[in-house]
Write a protein of this length. Structure first.
Length: 334
């Protein structure tokens, strides 16, 4: 069983068992992982509440040891939510794996703390999965604030990364396609991880997210694993959602420091290399990473040359090359 097999909890956790929130009649559970999310989680839960109130859905929130009062805010204002407090920041994937242990419904909605979906959208996704047994993952039309509607598209491969790094427009199988609201459902190979629904049985069969991903590429790896299990992935435009990308930082007036950029780059590039090495072999992954790094350096030099007077003292962005995320000690190893 998933609960015993592998997961990856770094420390104790405390559960808010104030109310009995599960019911056999509920179809889906929203699983939300928060970290410093006090600015956005209220909007997410307010939008979801009607689905809980009518007995259609449940909600689990895993807080990754936020220091801004996110867990306290959820506990006080949303007692209908099952709140799990991690004693450390487990990252996105491990946080979801921890929360999944409390999921009893046949379907699982993975939802960002800065995203929202309402009851009508939930019902569309649930009904699509119920009527298409070969489909493992579905995603709605998602309006990303300040960015437009998000796309579904092709999975990253080493060759696609090489072509993109060299400036070639790769011919993609299926290609990237915007999920327009109300559009006909279409099959794809990748759905954005901000809002998507997966069968609980499939998530359990896959052992959840690979715990080695702390941030980035977890859902890409999950999509690829889903396809390799013989399931399909579909975008369903009749369901709609919103993704308030970066709204917390905008409201607080925060800007990313060089250290923050370096940390983001660390997680992004380490996860990308791990994803390619794990799924396509070390040789292909290494070749793609080297080409990407070299072309990134070339582009930086061109930019520096064009802005000769303006670029004094500006250092190129730091990024790891062919480095893997650290190993994670699994609970079974204790």
């Amino acid at each position: 069983m998933f609960q015993r097999s592998r997961n990856n909890i770094g420390g104790q956790n405390n559960h808010n068992d104030t109310i009995l929130y599960m019911s056999e009649s509920r179809k889906v559970t929203a699983l939300i992982v928060t970290y410093q999310s006090i600015e956005t989680i209220g909007h997410t839960l307010d939008a979801f509440y009607p689905a809980f109130e009518c007995g259609y859905a449940s909600c689990v929130v895993v807080d990754n040891a936020s220091s801004d009062g996110t867990a306290e805010y959820v506990a006080e204002r949303y007692p209908w939510v099952k709140l799990i407090r991690s004693t450390e920041n487990l990252g996105f994937g491990r946080g979801n794996n921890l929360g999944f242990r409390s999921v009893e419904t046949p379907l699982l909605l993975l939802l960002n703390p800065d995203a929202s979906i309402r009851l009508d959208g939930l019902k569309v996704l649930v009904e699509f999965l119920d009527s298409h047994p070969k489909v493992g993952i579905v995603g709605p039309s998602t309006w990303a604030i300040d960015k437009g509607y998000q796309s579904a598209g092709s999975l990253l491969t080493p060759m696609r990364l090489i072509r993109a790094s060299l400036g070639f427009v790769a011919r993609r199988e299926g290609g990237d396609r915007v999920i327009e609201p109300g559009c006909e459902p279409f099959q794809t190979t990748w759905i954005c991880g901000a809002v998507f629904m997966i069968r609980s049985s499939l998530f359990r069969e896959l052992d959840g997210f690979d715990p080695r991903y702390f941030l980035y590429y977890e859902e890409t790896d999950l999509c690829l694993s889903t396809l390799r299990k013989g399931y399909e992935i579909w975008a369903v435009g009749e369901a709609s959602s919103e993704h308030h990308c970066g709204i917390s930082a905008k409201r607080s007036g925060k800007v990313m420091t060089s250290d923050t950029h370096a940390m983001v780059n660390k997680h992004y590039f380490e996860s990308r290399y791990y994803y390619m090495r794990k799924n396509f072999g070390w040789l292909s992954a290494a070749a793609a990473e080297l080409v990407s790094a070299i072309m990134g350096w070339v582009r930086w030099q061109r930019k520096k040359f064009r802005q000769r007077g303006e670029s004094q003292g500006i250092k190129p962005p730091k990024r790891p090359i062919m480095k893997l995320p650290k190993q994670v000690k699994l609970i079974d190893e204790d």
